[in-house]
Write a protein that binds this ligand. Structure first.
Ligand code: COS
Length: 388
C-alpha cells in the first residue's frame, strides 16, 4: 500500500491547487496562448508550491503523494489549461518515475532532489521518427565501448526537451534483438556533448507546451548511467511500460479536470444564451448534451479513483490503467465536442475559451499510448487472463 501524505495536509494541498488554477492560471491562459510561453512568475509560483515534486518521495525532497492523491491534484490543476500541467508533468510523471521506480539509490540521490524542486526538468525520450506506438522497435543505438556506451539516434516529440536538465533515453543495447528485449534505459544529463535539441514543434493546441526532436550524435555515457545500474542492461522497455502505466492514470485525471471545466463553461452558456424566447438550457436537446457530459464525467472520475486505489494497493494496475486512459480521454473528447456544439457558432470563434480547450484536449487520445494501443493492451491481457 502506498501511503501518500497525511489527509489533513493533502486536503490543504488540494484546496491550494484549486485556488491557484482558478485565480492565477485561468486568467493567464490567453496570454499563454498568444505568447506560446508560460510567464516566468507562474513557473516560479509552481516551484514554490512544490508542484514539480508532487510524486517525488519525501526523502528526496518531494511531497510524496500516492497515485490516488496525485490524480486528485492533477484533476484540480487541469481545471486550468493543460499547458500548465505540461510544465510539471514530466517531473511528476514520465520524466522522473523511471528513476523513482527502477533507479539505484545513487541515481535517486543524484537526480530526484533537483527534480522535486523544479531546478532540474526531467524529460522522457522514448518515441522516435519511425517508432511511436511500436515502442519496442526502438532504433536509437547504445553501443558498448569499454565501460562506456555511445548513443546515436533521434527522438521525436519529446516534451520539455528545450527545458530539460536530464533525459531518460531508451536505446537498443543488443543489436541482435529487434524487439522490446534488447532495449535499455539511460539517465543522460542534457549537457552531455553530442546532444542537440531542435526548435520546438508547432502544434494544433496546448500552445506554451514545448516538444522537440532530440538528436544524439555519439553521446558517450558511462555504464553507471543505465537506469537501475549495469545489472538492468536490456531491461529498459519494462521500465518504460511501468512508467507509462502510472502515467495513464495521470492522463485520465487530466481528462476529468478539463472535462469538468468544459462542462461548466457549456452549462454557464446554456443558462445565459437565449433562443426561441428562453435560455437554451431549457431546450431538451441541449439538456440531453449536458446530461451526457455529466454522466460521462462522473463515470470517468470514479474510474480514475478506483484505478488509482488499485495501483496504490497492488503497485500495478495494467488493464485498469489502460481502461482509464482510454475511457476518460475518449469521454473528454466527446464532452469537448458537445460543449462546443452547445455554443453554436460562438463555439468556433477564438474569443470563446471552448475553441482553445477543444484543440487542447485532442492530444490526450494520442500521447502516452493512443486509444488504439490501450484497446490492444486491454484486449490482449483480457484474453491472456481467460486463457491462463
Ligand atoms: N509493466 C511491466 N512489464 C510490461 C508491461 C507493463 N505494463 N507491459 C509489457 N511488459 C513486459 C512484458 O511482460 C514483456 O516481458 P517478457 O518478455 O519478460 O514477457 C515485455 O515487456 C514486452 O512486452 P510486449 O510483448 O507486450 O511488447 P510489445 O512490443 O508487444 O508492445 C505495447 C506492447 C504495444 C503495449 C507497447 O509497445 C506500448 O505500450 N506502446 C505504446 C507506447 C506509448 O505509449 N508511447 C507513448 C510515448 S510516451 S508520451
Amino acid at each position: 500500500m502506498q501511503a501518500g501524505v497525511d489527509s489533513d495536509v493533502f486536503e490543504q494541498l488540494v484546496e491550494t491547487v484549486q485556488r491557484f488554477a482558478r485565480q492565477r492560471l485561468i486568467p493567464a491562459e490567453r496570454r499563454v496562448e498568444e505568447e506560446d510561453a508560460i510567464p516566468e512568475d507562474i513557473v516560479a509560483e509552481m516551484k514554490e508550491m512544490g508542484l514539480f515534486g508532487l510524486s517525488t518521495p519525501e526523502e528526496f525532497g518531494g511531497i510524496g503523494v500516492n497515485v490516488a492523491q496525485e490524480a486528485q491534484l492533477i484533476e484540480a490543476l487541469c481545471y486550468a489549461s493543460l499547458t500548465f500541467r505540461s510544465l510539471i508533468g514530466t517531473n511528476v510523471g514520465i520524466g522522473s518515475q523511471g528513476i523513482v521506480i527502477d533507479g539505484t539509490q545513487a541515481q535517486k540521490q543524484q537526480w530526484l532532489p533537483g527534480v522535486a524542486s523544479g531546478d532540474i526538468i526531467a524529460s522522457f525520450a522514448l518515441t522516435e521518427p519511425d517508432n511511436g506506438s511500436d515502442a519496442g522497435g526502438i532504433r536509437t543505438s547504445a553501443r558498448r565501448d569499454g565501460s562506456d556506451f555511445v548513443i546515436n539516434g533521434t527522438k521525436r516529440y519529446i516534451t520539455n526537451a528545450v527545458r530539460a536538465g536530464v533525459f531518460t533515453v531508451f536505446a537498443r543495447t543488443d543489436p541482435e534483438k529487434d524487439g522490446a528485449d534488447g532495449v535499455s534505459a539511460f539517465i543522460v544529463p542534457a549537457d552531455t556533448p553530442g546532444i542537440t535539441v531542435a526548435k520546438p514543434d508547432r502544434k494544433l493546441g496546448q500552445r506554451g507546451t514545448k516538444t522537440s526532436d532530440v538528436i544524439f550524435d555519439n553521446v558517450r555515457v558511462p555504464e553507471t548511467a543505465i537506469l537501475g545500474g549495469p545489472d538492468r542492461l536490456n531491461q529498459g522497455f519494462k521500465t518504460a511500460m511501468k512508467v507509462l502505466d502510472r502515467g495513464r492514470i495521470h492522463v485520465g485525471a487530466m481528462a476529468v479536470g478539463q472535462g469538468q471545466r468544459m462542462l461548466d463553461i457549456a452549462t454557464d452558456y446554456a443558462l445565459e444564451r437565449k433562443q426561441f424566447g428562453k435560455p437554451i438550457g431549457e431546450h431538451q436537446l441541449v439538456q440531453g448534451m449536458l446530461a451526457d457530459c455529466q454522466a460521462e464525467l462522473h463515470a470517468a472520475r470514479a474510474l480514475v479513483r478506483a484505478t488509482a486505489d488499485t495501483f496504490d494497493r497492488q503497485g500495478s494496475a495494467i488493464i485498469e490503467a489502460s481502461c482509464t486512459k482510454y475511457f476518460c480521454t475518449e469521454a473528454a473528447g466527446r464532452i469537448a465536442d458537445r460543449a462546443l456544439q452547445i455554443h453554436g457558432g460562438a463555439g468556433y470563434m477564438a474569443e470563446y475559451d471552448i475553441e482553445r480547450l477543444y484543440r487542447d484536449i485532442r492530444l490526450l487520445r494520442i500521447y502516452e499510448g493512443t486509444s488504439q494501443i490501450q484497446q490492444l493492451v486491454i484486449a490482449r491481457r483480457t484474453l491472456a487472463q481467460r486463457a491462463a
